[in-house]
Design a protein around this ligand. Structure first.
Ligand code: ATP
Ligand code: LTN
Length: 338
């Protein structure tokens, strides 16, 4: 964090681009809940990021409520952390423009998420998809956030945020104006893979329904998806090293470890030598046990959009109270007239 002396702050975000899944829960939201007691926290529903690929407007509204409700259902307390939607705080977009002029094309060209999401026909990708990580840097730095809890896939975007902060501080002779934000990635569940393909991460926008366990899935659906999950014919090894070269087995064991608060080695001590016919039902039972209280609360909250709207509005006001003065100062530093 260099010589930055400001308060310790957390910012993170999830896109309302689909249903909240087990990867989002283990890689991100579960950490949000733990961290709210240690830091000043801002948790955003990043609707402006979501529209970098086409979103049906009615679905976008519903999914924005869904992600906000998922934060709450998992245990984020809106009286402690600010929960809000990104588009409600104009400062994100203002800072993003200035950062578009700080970030270098060469830096953005290296971003692997753009390559993955744009696919083969990158000429047809939106310009927003390309500058997506610059908006992400603005999300973080408009709060001068010092720490960012995310899953493993966001490591490269966080490095870019640090580069943008450093270049801004340097170019404008504003030493330590922005902190260099630290990613908080470690921990079990930082990279949950698709249930259909152990080489692909579990993702909201996966076209296969069976690739993802959603927080809204009921127990029968969860059990069916785990039963159908890709595995291999071998029994589980008794030591973690034996998972090498078996990505699907490693993923299922990893999910069990992350949800039970243990390690792969401990899970294998119990299930080593057993086949998936035994392990999958045990895993399904554990997933249902851990997710069902959250999904029940999620359903209750989603039935009350008035409450969600009010919570998001209050969160946005708290967020803007921090972000607006930062943007005001940035504009002065850059040389804009008041
Ligand atoms: P999309 O598929 O639309 O890109 P996504 O499922 O990748 O969405 P995001 O909204 O981009 O989800 O991610 C929100 C948070 O969840 C981020 O911190 C991200 O790192 C984390 N995350 C997403 N997928 C996984 C995963 N499979 N395992 C662990 N963490 C994940
Ligand atoms: N790009 C992130 C979502 C995101 C985010 C952020 C995460 C947008 N802005 C700021 C942390 C901090 C993703 O998970 N795909």
């Amino acid at each position: 964090m260099s010589g930055y002396q400001g308060p310790l702050r957390i910012l993170s975000g999830i896109q309302p681009s689909g249903g909240m899944h087990l990867g989002n829960y283990l890689g991100a939201i579960r950490k949000f809940v733990e961290l709210q007691h240690q830091y000043e926290c801002y948790y955003c529903v990043v609707d402006m990021h979501a529209i970098t690929v086409w979103q049906d407007p009615a679905k976008l509204r519903a999914q924005t409520f869904h992600i906000a409700a998922s934060y709450l259902a998992a245990g984020v307390d809106p009286n402690i952390a600010a929960i809000f939607h990104q588009s409600a705080v104009g400062a994100h977009a203002e800072l993003a423009w200035i950062f578009n002029c700080v970030a270098r094309l060469g830096w953005i060209d290296r971003m692997t998420q753009f390559k993955d999401k744009a696919g083969k026909d990158k000429e047809r990708a939106s310009v927003g998809l390309y500058t997506y990580p610059v908006l992400q840097a603005a999300d973080i730095l408009v709060y001068k956030a010092t720490h960012v809890p995310v899953g493993e896939d966001q490591k490269q975007h966080l490095e870019l945020s640090r580069d943008i902060a450093g270049k801004f501080n340097h170019d404008f002779d504003a030493e330590d104006f922005f902190p260099l934000p630290e990613p908080l990635i470690k921990g079990p569940g930082a990279r949950i893979m698709s249930l259909r393909d152990g080489a692909k991460k579990m993702s909201k926008s996966d076209p296969s329904e069976n690739a993802c366990i959603f927080l809204s899935d009921d127990s029968d659906v969860i059990a069916r998806k785990i039963k159908k999950a890709k595995s291999d014919p071998e029994p589980l090894p008794s030591e973690a090293a034996g998972l090498e070269g078996r990505p699907e087995a490693a993923n299922l064991v990893g999910i069990y470890a992350a949800l039970s608060g243990s390690s792969d080695a401990e899970v294998l001590k119990e299930y080593g030598g057993q086949g998936f016919g035994v392990f999958k039902p045990a895993l399904a039972e554990l997933v249902v046990e851990k997710l069902s209280p959250i999904s029940a609360e999620l359903r209750r909250l989603e039935a009350d959009p008035g409450f969600l709207q009010k919570t998001l509005g209050e969160g946005a006001a708290r967020a803007a109270a921090v972000a607006d003065p930062v943007v005001k100062e940035v504009k002065e530093i850059v040389g804009f007239l008041p």
